[in-house]
Design a binder for this molecule. Sequence first.
Ligand code: PLP
Length: 454
Amino acid sequence: DLSQGISKEQEIAELDKKYYIHPTTVPKTFVEQGPKLVFAEGNGMNVKDVNGDTYIDGVSMLWNVNLGHGNQELAKAAYDQMTNIAYSSSFYGFSNERAVRLAEKIVSLAPGDLNAVYFTSGGSEANETAFKLARFYWSLKGQDKKRKIISVSNGYHGATSAAGTATGIDAFHSFAGSEDTNILNAKAHLTNCEAGDRNDPNYEGSIRDIIEKEGPENVAAVIVEPVQGAGGIHISPDGYLKAVRDLCDEHNVLLISDEVICGFGRTGKMFGVDNWDVVPDFMSLAKGITSGYTQLGGVLMSQEIRDTLVEYDKILGHGFTYSGHPTACAIGLKNLEILERDGLVQNAKNMEVEMKRGFEYLEDKHPHVTKTRALGLLAGFELQQDPSTNTPFDDSVGAAGIVDDECFKRNLILRTADFEKGVNILAIAPPLIVNKEDIDKIFNIIDEALTAFE
Ligand code: PLP
């Protein structure tokens, strides 16, 4: 209420604290402090808040706004579809052209024999669907006991019950009794899917251990991200995904690649697995599929799974109202058209080189910067008290949080990925439209922020 001398920002903050429960936010802090920033507008690499201050979006919001903000072509695709038909069902035999064409397009981009798509509203639903379809596939094959899903530590797969349990980050993994007991989290993450180091005091089992302990006849699928995002920008070491693929084949277990972040160019290839030429049985998709312009997710599946599924002669009891939403699919189609037309997957690969240059500079200049990494435009670095001895900062320091705040004060939005105790990680994942000048700007700000922290 401006007549009482309250700014719009203050007014929204008061209403927000009172009425809006935020996802993945500390509720107590939020109701004390209110929102950090209220977004109002976006254009390309930049967003503005309600006060008119401009920020560089260094993480594409939630690693999803891959074409950047304010894209008129995507908005027009949505408008054209909505004014044509706003919504139509894909249930009970109905269909729509946009969903069919988007499915065809995604299949044309996918590796191997990933030849059919099931649409969802987002990434959690995509993983939930992959888990259900994996179990259903085994049932159709007469193997009703194959129910367990194995995920790995530091993976993030969403927040619904099953996807949340698959998430190997404590806050999501066990949430007030919502766990799915058929989902098991291997602790030896992304380093070794085989035995792991049994002498390591933190060793709690590898994917192989769990398959062998549970019995392969009880295991439906393994899920991994080619590059772990929220869990800390952990890039699969060379050979890892191939080893997981071989392990799955050895035990007749399906492999799900969670490509919700990696998919559609983020890692400099169309899909994350393309970096290692591995073909999974399912791929979960979301985020970059529409560059975040609206909600859409999906599951790609192999020809074998598709062919088994379509022999089923009763109702497939799994569906979402917004599966194959025509507007979402129209945006998705336009988004993929632009991605290809403007060479943005290649741009992500080219900009990886610029990011690595930026990291070299930071590592030389700042004593706490270490473990820098980038695959395409999915990048991160760590802060340690003493990298030469691998000594972390004391948790009370909150190093990543401080540097993140210092960047924010300088109008750069990054994000911390510091769920693991004693680990301070900052993530950088700008829109795929980013150019060299933008990367320079981002690294200059990080440079200043690190100086302020030291
Ligand atoms: N999988 C991965 C790798 C993700 O990063 C996310 C979200 O960040 C999800 C799944 C869940 O997707 P959504 O939030 O759309 O449900």
